[in-house]
Write a protein that binds this ligand. Structure first.
Ligand SMILES: Nc1ncnc2c1ncn2[C@@H]1O[C@H](COP(=O)(O)OP(=O)(O)O)[C@@H](O)[C@H]1O
Ligand SMILES: [Mg+2]
Length: 376
């Protein structure tokens, strides 16, 4: 509470009032001016400047005391009012936050409904593709075998024409000579040497492509269906080894694999699904390596948990993508190579096993996935 004279040198009471009100202080200052002026116009000026009360001199101590009491009451009310206002502001902020959360949840629900229907659709398509891709694959294998046989036979035929040629034209009938000529010309026309070299390569490319389609189809299927594998006690180290066998073809040209498998407890879970997680991570690791690199697999017991670390010396993940890699359909790979489902499947499987999957990455250096699973 400020009790001040009106008439003062340098700054009078009215200016003091204005300055205090303009200062925007949070706690309320009650201002009372003392003055000998007593005209109505003076009174108006005092209140317009922002004072709360004034006392005309001379005054009795009792009057000042009771006016101070009134002032105290008003200051108290003012501060209560201020607190209430603050509370209101805080509540409003909370409400805004809740509204934001609600909106986020709503868009998540919409998103997951969309995902579910895309999942169903994909599973249907995957199912349809599965069959033809199966026979294309086995036909390609058969074709490769037949090609080898044909290649052998071709070799015999060509040898025969060389032998006949060498035996001298005088020993050959015109018909044979003509036939040899036709064969030699045809061989030149079709560039037989190049052909015999290229056919197996083309067949191999086709086989690779088929495998890739097969994997995409597999990803899509396990994305939509939980699969039919049974829950059991599972040795993670063994799972990692057998998964490495399966994906060996994918990674052997890209990376040397080092294993550092510790003594770890068994884990309760679905073996196929967990192997799928390792496979998705390993395939990504190999794909992240451009020329030649390293993949390191480490397992450890930590308290009751099992920790699995899979690191690569690949291209790494940009900071802005780190939070997205577990989103379904997020991929940085070209169309046809990536489905963006691998990490989402891995995330969901680990979540279903009450575990955790984390990723650390340094762009240009490499990436480490860390999986934690509860041990038995
Ligand atoms: N080991 C890794 N190194 C670099 N990037 C990775 C690695 N693992 C995952 N990623 C990034 O996460 C994305 C999503 O991975 P994933 O869900 O398996 O889909 P996809 O492999 O089909 O693209 C990849 O496109 C890639 O950008
Ligand atoms: Mg992948």
């Amino acid at each position: 509470m400020i009790i001040s004279d009106w008439m003062m040198p340098e700054m009078d009471g009215i200016e003091l009032c204005r300055k205090i009100r303009a200062s925007g202080k949070k706690t309320y200052s009650y201002i009372m001016l003392l003055t000998a002026k007593d005209k109505t116009s003076d009174l108006v000026e005092v209140f317009e400047a922002g004072a709360d009360d004034y006392i005309i001199k001379p005054f009795k101590p009792d009057e000042l005391r009771s006016r101070i009491n009134t002032g105290e009451r008003i200051v108290k009310l003012e501060s209560e009012h201020h607190e209430l206002q603050q509370k209101l502001i805080r509540n409003n902020k909370k409400l805004d936050q809740a509204l934001e959360n609600l909106k986020a949840t709503q868009s998540q629900i919409l998103q997951s409904e969309k995902m579910a229907s895309i999942g169903q659709l994909s599973a249907g398509v995957a199912h349809e593709i599965n069959n033809p891709i199966g026979f294309i694959g086995s036909n390609l294998d058969a074709l490769s075998d037949y090609m080898k046989d044909l290649d052998t036979l071709m070799g015999h035929h060509r040898k025969l024409s060389r032998v006949l040629e060498k035996s001298g034209p005088e020993n050959l009938s015109d018909e044979v000579k003509n036939q040899i000529k036709t064969i030699t010309e045809c061989e030149k026309d079709i560039e037989i040497d190049y052909l015999m070299e290229d056919i197996p390569e083309l067949l191999n490319d086709c086989k690779d492509g088929t495998k890739r389609v097969g994997r995409i189809v597999g990803d899509l299927k396990s994305f939509a269906h939980p699969g039919n594998d049974k829950q059991m006690l599972f040795d993670i180290n063994k799972g990692l080894e057998s998964t490495l066998n399966v994906v060996n073809n994918e990674i052997k040209y890209k990376a040397t694999v080092t294993r550092d498998l510790g003594e770890i407890p068994l884990v309760e879970g679905f073996p196929q699904k967990l192997n799928q997680v390792f496979m998705n991570i390993l395939v990504n690791a190999a794909q992240a390596i451009e020329e030649k690199g390293e993949i390191k697999i480490q397992t450890r017991k930590e308290g009751k948990d099992v920790k699995i670390f899979i690191s690569d010396t690949g291209c790494g993940i940009k900071k802005e993508n780190l939070s997205k890699i577990f989103d379904p359909f997020f991929t940085t790979k070209e169309i046809g190579k990536g489905t963006g489902l691998g990490m989402n499947i891995a995330y969901n499987i680990i979540k279903d096993h009450k575990g955790k999957i984390d990723v650390k990455s340094v762009p240009g250096k490499g990436t480490t996935f860390e999986i934690t699973l509860p041990g038995k």
